[in-house]
Design a protein around this ligand. Structure first.
Ligand code: NAD
Ligand code: TYD
Length: 353
């Protein structure tokens, strides 16, 4: 049995689905079901006794301690977080509560459980913390990609809260000996991605005939990884990672935002042409830049490849095609997950430049 937090969100749900598709070991999945957590993501597991879903907060120490005692997992994988930079600018409090205070409380619950385990189980136990490359800050255009020993220089409320959580995890290892692992991954994309993030937002807006908002000049660079490749990396680190180590995860796919949006438009032009025969690229609108916008992220994933033999299975071209196809085939999922209040704020914040 493993315990996963945040397993109803984008990456967590992909992880749980992949895990149970290839593995008999059961999963207990605790998720608060915020706007980003969606049980539709896990609909195919209905009736599957290997998946135990519990709605709850990682900051609820009593609940976590009870679940750990009851299910006695050999590992905890922590996906639960507030994850969207724009939301963190709009309202940072939830990011501090979940990403910092929540991770602290989770670490304490896990430490109590781990301390009381018999020696053999104690030795084998793992706490894997899922984090982001955004903790390293923004890279100059000609700087080498982030390695694991890059300074932490977070710039947004989101990345600062994730950096704080990484430091807590590190400290719980050094101080208490908790057997931890941390992964820092680049931008993910793929099925089940909430349509507030760049790629799904562009697909959904394009199909709805809405503007495709590019922040600033659109030349900000992100390093993109297909979500299933992130999940396979987490599994590899969980099974073979060295205790207390951090592992960068990325696909060597640096691309400026404007190129991403044009690629999405070209795929939609091919797979679902507009009725008027024009390209979706005509819907691109340049809007005000994001405050404090990081210019470039790039991940050097050679440590993970060297030590654990991990490589991504998808190229950007194969992954983005699969992603666009998935959104075309799942319009009801999109309709279910969209939320009103945040959409209204985004429309005001990023009104056309
Ligand atoms: P997401 O926002 O799609 O999902 C987060 C999940 O956590 C949701 O199901 C939500 O309900 C749950 N959650 C939030 N607060 C909670 C709480 N207090 N207690 C329990 N559950 C709670 O995020 P995601 O994109 O799937 O990201 C998952 C993890 O991976 C995060 O830790 C994020 O920082 C990290 N990460 C994401 C990316 C990316 O590109 N999306 C890249 C690198 C790392
Ligand atoms: P996002 O998906 O929010 O991920 P992150 O900020 O964590 O990297 O954004 C990816 C990039 O796309 C980022 O540089 C901001 C930009 N962006 C836009 O230009 N327009 C949009 O509507 C969104 C959501 C993002």
């Amino acid at each position: 049995m493993i315990l996963v937090t945040g397993g109803a969100g984008f990456i967590g749900a992909n992880f749980v689905l992949d895990w149970l598709a290839t593995n008999e070991e059961p999963v207990v999945n605790i998720d608060k079901l915020t706007y980003a957590g969606n049980l539709h993501n896990l609909a195919s597991l209905k009736g599957d006794a290997r998946h135990v879903f519990v709605q709850g907060d990682i900051g609820d120490s009593a609940l976590l301690s009870r679940l750990l005692q009851e299910h006695r997992p050999r590992a905890v994988v922590n996906f639960a977080a507030e994850s969207h930079v724009d939301r963190s600018i709009h309202g940072p409090e939830d990011f501090i509560q979940t990403n910092v205070v929540g991770t602290f409380r989770l670490l304490e619950s896990v430490r109590g459980y781990w301390n009381a385990l018999p020696d053999a189980e104690k030795q084998g136990f793992r706490f894997l913390h899922v984090s982001t490359d955004e903790v390293y800050g923004s890279l100059a255009a000609d700087a080498p990609a982030f390695t694991e020993d890059h300074l932490y220089e977070p710039n947004s409320p989101y990345s600062a809260s994730k950096a704080a959580s990484d430091h807590l995890v590190r400290a719980w290892h050094h101080t208490y000996g908790l057997p931890v692992l941390t992964t820092n991954c680049s931008n993910n994309y793929g099925p089940l991605h909430f349509p507030e993030k760049l790629i799904p937002l562009m697909i959904v807006n394009a199909l709805a005939g809405k503007p495709l908002p590019i922040y600033g000049d659109g030349m900000q660079v992100r390093d993109w990884l297909y979500v299933k490749d992130h999940c396979s990396a987490i599994r590899r680190v969980l099974e073979g990672g060295r205790l207390g180590e951090t592992y960068n995860v990325g696909g060597w796919n640096e691309k400026p935002n404007v190129e991403i949006v044009n690629t999405v438009c070209a795929l939609l032009d091919e797979l679902r042409p507009r009725a008027d025969g024009q390209s979706y690229a005509g819907q691109i609108t340049y809007v005000k830049d994001r405050p404090g916008h990081d210019r470039r992220y790039a991940i050097d994933a050679r440590k993970l490849e060297r030590e654990l033999g991990w490589k991504p299975a998808e190229t950007f071209e194969s992954g983005i095609r699969k992603t666009v196809q998935w959104y075309l085939e799942n319009p009801e999922w999109v309709a279910q997950v969209q939320s009103g209040a945040y959409r209204d704020w985004v429309q005001t914040q990023y009104a056309s430049a």
